[in-house]
Design a protein around this ligand. Sequence first.
Ligand code: HEM
Length: 528
Amino acid sequence: LAFSQSPKQDQLQPFLQDTLGQIETTDNGAQDNTANSLRAGPRGHVLLEDTTVRKKMIHFDRERQPERVVHALGHGAYGTFESSGDWSNITSACWLQNNVTSDVFVRFSVVVAGMGGSEVGRDTHGFATKIYSQCGNQDLVGNHLPSFFINDGALFPDLVHAVKAEADKGFPTGGTAHTTAYDFFTQRPEGSYQLMNVLSDLGIPRDVRHIAGAGVHTYRFINDAGESTLFKWYWQPQLGLRSLVYDEATKIAGKNNNFQRVDLFNSIAAGLFPKWDLLIQLFPDDGTYMFKGIDLLDPTKVVPNELNKPLKFGTMTLNRNPTNFFSEPESIAFAPSNVVRGVTFVPDALLQWRLMSYDDTHTHRLGSPNNYLLPVNRPVTPVNNNFRDGYMQPEIYVGASTSSPDGIGGVIGANAASTLDYGNETINGAIGRYNVISDDFTQATSFWNSLDPYAQQHTVDAYRFELGNVANSTVVSTYINEILNSIDNCLARRVAFGVGAPLPTISKSNKSIPVYPSEFKLANQGKL
Ligand code: HEM
């Protein structure tokens, strides 16, 4: 197969519809005017026979597809990813081999806000990349912060219900901060490190050219010899990181909800192409999923750079705005389950549910299991299988065979061992519903201790704002006494003082916890 410089752009070309300067038609291709209703006289009733305008209206009535259940507010752009070397000793993934450049699409998003909300809100922000590689689509679906709130996907619907609008009111008490959210955070202390990240200066990124990305979970590389190496991935913006303080964010949001997409669109249109380095932390796969005392299966925790220096595996450049907002950023479907030969998974109970949830939601949001055939979602490699029929199936398959294996010349089964390979992983355990054992506070304390005094003050202000808007005083005092006081007594007292709650006296925190300054710098390279 011969590919040009941009296989994805070539693939999209035949799908482009240029109606500029064309004579208007109905949807059966006949010429007609849809600006004037068909009426019984110039001042008479509109006729049922106006099938053309009737179809126009029917189409309009159905223009919206459901917004994403999370990360609804987003935008994105095309670009390229260039591997910075030959990583074949670690992974068979074709997009990480020597001199390989692949097309990409990146969608940046905000988790909680719905469409039409503010892009500069305090929240976890999404950073999802689809790499259209020559061995299939590789999706890297991450966030801008390197950890998460929970470590079992069974809790994800509860987390999302707790942080979105409250069920009775349809809005969160106190704007962004609310009772159900802090009740949840009180019940689930494993998220205290992630929440502190969100409430720190990292929680309000200025724009997406200065935003980091992180895969959060540990994944697995497999090389051609079947050897397994564990890894975590990060996007490091070459422009450095920039955040907003809360007052700046509220002013910007008041003027322009779409501040971040305007910034990216205008930058790309002006030829200022933002770049990110793909940084990877590698861990030996010794079967324990532990690294220097840190549980690699626990996505609520990170491995600080001081303990494992990330290596640069490549660079991504965003250089082309989408042609159509609905067809591209809105209709793209990312899934952590989209991996190519050389990348597989680990038994992290959050990741494992993500492997199911995205494919499932796409059939709902985009209306059909055929969503992978939409132009923006199609791999640049051929899709040959017997996933057939269903709503809006656009392909015209040739031949009688619809099963595999078959004896009449249909698709030929690929070598199963060469695709989803897990190295030497063996599973041996008693079936049951288990709590994920988590060290709830050490990394939060370490993070707090690594902040400069001004950054600590911003974080205290954010806790005060949030807890000051929680309507239930038991939730406020429990959060301060059980969570904040377990992180740091001084932090707990400062927050309690600000919201008029009793000051906690006995600290549960351990002051001998090491400080990892680069943990903060990883996502905060520039000046704020
Ligand atoms: C979007 C589920 C955890 C990053 C979504 C969507 C669902 C979902 C249903 C909407 C997808 C769509 O409509 O196309 C889950 C579940 C999780 C989980 C069940 C936990 C079990 C995470 C984590 C991260 C993450 C830990 C980051 C590492 C994203 C991103 C998007 C997204 C970036 C937006 C993708 C886009 O731009 O289209 N998630 N999620 N999610 N999720 Fe998750």
